[in-house]
Design a protein around this ligand. Structure first.
Ligand SMILES: [Fe+2]
Ligand SMILES: [Fe+2]
Length: 274
């Protein structure tokens, strides 16, 4: 399997656009898959530079209902006329974040997307084909990302703490490889991996994606403790990790100190073969 980071928060060199967002182009022996579309259309400009043809995508997956993972969709629909897009139905709920001044900012997908007929709206796990699953049945609340505390869903004029039921991951199986792709891992990367193990009877051989560990309170004792315990838990899984986006560079460096050579950073414009 070949995975190319079309866009994320950093890049390999200045040839590529960056933004707070994520988009991955995945080529398996049988399928071409787009996982997330970033926050603008810039993922498609990077795709062009990288020689990745969006019209060839067989299906797309939107990891959750936040703008930085799905607002590039209009560009995808312009360039691809066939692929269905798998998404949790609740991803179209109205998601908000809290700004530093305490006011709420809309953080969700563009509202006009919800009526688009290209979506396959899910409520939980789903098997796309014998090689690809959508995995959303995550339980547990260990080592939850601190910055989740600023994220809300607006229901009946009330801001409720987001429970991230709108979040899903992609699982790809090929030969002896079992790959998990995460968007933001709002449900906590350790919880996701433990739930994955319950379903698949093993940890994934590889994980690619964001772990939502960045925070603006990096000196916070609770944050340091979460990072340390997350690093120890991941190290024990014998999995190879490629992370980016909302993991944050500082958290990445701290995880690297625990996990070592099994952890890598994946920048926009980089390609990995699994
Ligand atoms: Fe998110
Ligand atoms: Fe994100």
């Amino acid at each position: 399997m070949k995975i190319t980071a079309l866009i994320e928060n950093t890049c390999k060199n200045e040839t590529y656009f960056t933004e707070h967002g994520l988009s991955l182009y995945i080529e398996t022996s049988e399928d071409v898959i787009l996982f997330d579309t970033g926050s603008s259309g810039n993922f498609s400009l990077n795709a062009q530079k990288l020689g990745k043809d969006l019209s060839q995508v067989d299906f797309a997956v939107i990891s959750h209902g936040h703008y930085d993972h799905g607002n590039g969709l209009s560009k995808f629909f312009e360039q691809n006329s066939k692929a269905f897009v798998y998404i949790q139905e609740s991803a179209f709920d109205k998601h908000y974040s809290t700004k530093i001044d305490g006011t709420k900012k809309y953080n969700g997908l563009r509202e006009e997307y919800s009526s688009n007929c290209r979506f396959i709206k899910l409520n939980g796990n789903h098997s796309v084909n014998e090689r690809s699953d959508i995995f959303s049945s995550v339980t547990g609340n260990r080592l939850m990302p601190i910055s989740n505390e600023n994220l809300y869903v607006l229901k009946n004029d009330e801001y409720l703490k987001d429970d991230f039921r709108h979040e899903q991951n992609l699982v790809l199986k090929e030969k002896d490889k079992l790959l998990l792709i995460t968007g933001c891992a709002h449900k906590g990367i350790v919880n996701i991996l433990e739930s994955f193990k319950e379903k698949y009877a093993m940890y994934p051989t590889h994980v690619v994606g964001g772990f939502h560990l960045f925070t603006n309170t990096t000196g916070d004792k609770k944050y340091i403790d979460i990072l340390h315990k997350t690093g120890l838990a991941l190290k024990g899984m014998k999995t190879t990790f490629y992370t980016c986006h909302c993991t944050g560079k500082e958290s990445y460096e701290s995880l690297k100190a625990s996990i070592g050579s099994s952890l890598h950073y994946l920048c926009a414009g980089e390609e990995i073969i699994i």
